[in-house]
Write a protein that binds this ligand. Structure first.
Ligand code: XIL
Length: 339
């Protein structure tokens, strides 16, 4: 499959780890193993504008400078999301001091300010993130979920893309979500893929400036494997709408049954193999699809992965390419071999 030398391989970057003098391997590997970077947190609204009207650009600018030094492209993450919003915004809406008209102005202003600040430096922007519910959510019918849909209605999605385009006409504008890897796989998430497909198709048909769909690719070995051709087919279908695609946040976690130690190879090896196999499914699907521009992992070492802090009941982990001591795991070898 080594015919796609144009595929960018990216990672999310944790700025604290990048700047930690006691952890030089982190910085060394970000700089040497990847051709694209995404800010894991520092371009989120709560980081950029912790106090209303006062933007804190420092850490994000630092990542951009680092990427330039290392000849890396930057994925911008994220303009509109329901999580990691600043307290002044959520509180203001909750207590009624910010009404709907003002909220819409605030959103337009945020998108415009942020996209202009980074103008010319961002390859792909995640304009809207995770706007759609999951099939197992309540209410069960798939719908536009979260803070923005609740307060502005689903029209905020089209607005966000228009405002982003006006602020930087050259950045590729993406809709980004999880559980949209496949259609017709038998996984309940298939319905979500279809909902997102219908949404982006409608956006394209009505002239909304959307350029791509990002499939996050947060998988778990407990759910089994997708089939490469099914995933490639989903990418093709998005591609047929005239959209680019990308895997934007790949990691493949495993449940850690009680008593399993990281060094217990009889227990751990099957998980590492299953994780590697899932990485390979997503990467090969991307390699097979000429519209798939980049393959980004959400962290590359178990030393700095969001999984253990987020999925803790039961505890999950082992989701990345390198172990906690920066030893490449089977998933690393698989990805290398596919490339
Ligand atoms: C996660 C980060 O990795 C964590 O450090 C943070 O505490 C929470 O957010 N989908 C996304 C990412 O789009 O922004 C999330 O990142 C992971 C899920």
């Amino acid at each position: 499959l080594g015919m796609r030398h144009d595929l960018y391989i990216g990672t999310a970057v944790d700025m604290a780890a990048l700047n930690d003098p006691a952890d030089p391997q982190y910085r060394q590997l970000v700089g040497s193993q990847f051709s694209s970077v995404t800010a894991e947190n520092v371009m989120k609204w709560e980081s950029l504008e912790p106090t209303r009207g006062t933007y804190n650009w420092g850490p994000a600018d630092q990542l951009i400078a680092y990427a330039k030094q290392n000849n890396q492209r930057v994925r911008g993450h994220v303009l509109v999301w329901h999580n990691q919003l600043p307290g002044w915004l959520t509180t203001g809406v909750a207590d009624g001091s910010i009404d709907t008209a003002e909220l819409r102005d605030i959103l337009r202003n945020h998108i415009t300010t942020v996209v202009k600040h980074f103008k010319g430096k961002i390859w792909q922007w995640d304009v809207v993130n995770e706007a759609v519910s999951d099939p197992w959510d309540n209410p069960p019918a798939l719908h536009y979920k979260g803070f923005w849909a609740q307060h502005l209605g689903p029209g905020y999605v089209a607005d966000a893309f228009r405002w982003a385009r006006a602020a930087d006409p050259n950045a590729l504008l993406f809709y980004n979500d999880y559980n949209i890897e496949a259609f017709g796989s038998g996984n309940p998430a298939d319905d979500k893929t279809q909902f997102v497909y219908d949404m982006v198709k409608r956006l394209r048909a009505t002239g909304v400036p959307i350029d791509g769909v990002g499939s996050q690719g947060h998988l778990g070995t407990q759910y089994g494997n997708y089939d490469t051709l099914q995933v490639a087919d989903a990418l093709e279908r998005f591609g047929d709408l005239g959209l680019a695609t990308a895997f934007t946040e790949v990691d493949v976690r495993s449940q850690m049954t009680p008593g399993v130690q990281a060094g217990d190879s009889n227990e751990i090896n099957p998980r590492l193999q299953a994780s590697a196999a899932n990485y390979s499914v997503l990467l090969q699907a991307c390699l097979l699809s000429r519209h798939c521009l980049s393959f980004t992992v959400w962290g590359f070492t178990d030393r700095h992965s969001w999984i253990p802090g987020w999925f803790d009941n039961p505890p999950e982990g082992l989701a990345t390419l390198y172990d906690e001591n920066y030893q490449p795991k089977r998933a690393y070898q698989t990805v290398k071999a596919d490339l």
